[in-house]
Design a protein around this ligand. Sequence first.
Ligand SMILES: Nc1ncnc2c1ncn2[C@@H]1O[C@H](COP(=O)(O)OP(=O)(O)OP(=O)(O)O)[C@@H](O)[C@H]1O
Ligand SMILES: [Mg+2]
Length: 348
Amino acid sequence: MLLEVRNLTKRFRGRGISVSRRKSFLAVDNVSFSVQENTIFGLVGESGSGKTTVARTVLFLDPPSEGAVLFRDIPLHELSSRELRMNRRRMQIIFQDPNAALNPKLTIRKSMEEGLKNRKIEKTERARRIDELLELVGISPSHKDRYPHEFSGGQKQRIVIARALSMEPDFLILDEPVSNLDVSIQAQIINLLLELKRKFSLTYLFISHDLNLVSYLSDTIAVMYSGRIVETGPAEQIISDARHPYTVHLFSSIPGAGQAQREGQAAALEAAGQAGAVQAGAVQAVAPEAAGQAKAPQKSVNTGCTYYDHCSRRAGSCLEAQPDLIRVGPDHYAACYYPVARQGIANT
Ligand SMILES: Nc1ncnc2c1ncn2[C@@H]1O[C@H](COP(=O)(O)OP(=O)(O)OP(=O)(O)O)[C@@H](O)[C@H]1O
Ligand SMILES: [Mg+2]
């Protein structure tokens, strides 16, 4: 496994004078997942659900409050800061806003040189690599002495990608890499990322609030809500058989979405040669103890499911305890006491 994230938790200490403000805030709550080499793992969820916090803690840019991150079986928390830096070269992150990533006072060449210099690559070789990388991402090397403001948003993101590649990473975290760009440019950048993935056998953690896009790209998907993973599984399972009410809601809030569109996405994946056959095999029944909880009296304070207030399938028992991920299909898990029935089977 390239990356394993185990029980990752991140608490931010509150700032401010009042007691309520000082209360610590759980941004990521017991999140576990693993990313297989050469695949795309899609992490999807609404704004504030904790996606960027997962990304930053996975890279130890912010240390996790609890939990472990293993990169190629190496537990990152056991590394010295020097060892961590060396390992992190293999893990690069690309954020939404290329303006924040590029120093406006440095030419593109200077920006790209920094990492190569740190790696002790000598001058002529640095120049050769910068030209090669810029060419690779579709920027003319003759423009390398220009400043960031002389490029469009899409071009800047291409430059940021080239700079990340200069570190020769195996693993890229792409945190909403196209959501700041014009729709017409988004597809070009996505295609570039797919091309680079093939060329260099890269592995991606692709973060987005857009389930449509994540479904199209990913081999495996995890849906986050309020700091937790509420559903995860192979992309084709999530697309054809979403089980958590929140995932179903995300699909239905895609404009024009519905079963036809989901089938369209599956067809697009198939066409792109990325989709495996939808896994056959019976979906496990929901744990009987979950069904038994339906009679419990309703509590006024919610110590249970964080999706309760918005859920179309809630019952009193959902307030009792936070639902854990339970198996609902092959490699497919949902954190819900009353998951949506499997496609084609009547709801119970
Ligand atoms: N440094 C910080 N200090 C305190 N709270 C933080 C910090 N960083 C993030 N948070 C809080 O943690 C929660 C998760 O934020 P995060 O940025 O991870 O969400 P996100 O899913 O990436 O959202 P978006 O889609 O808007 O990028 C939010 O409520 C946010 O306000
Ligand atoms: Mg974010």
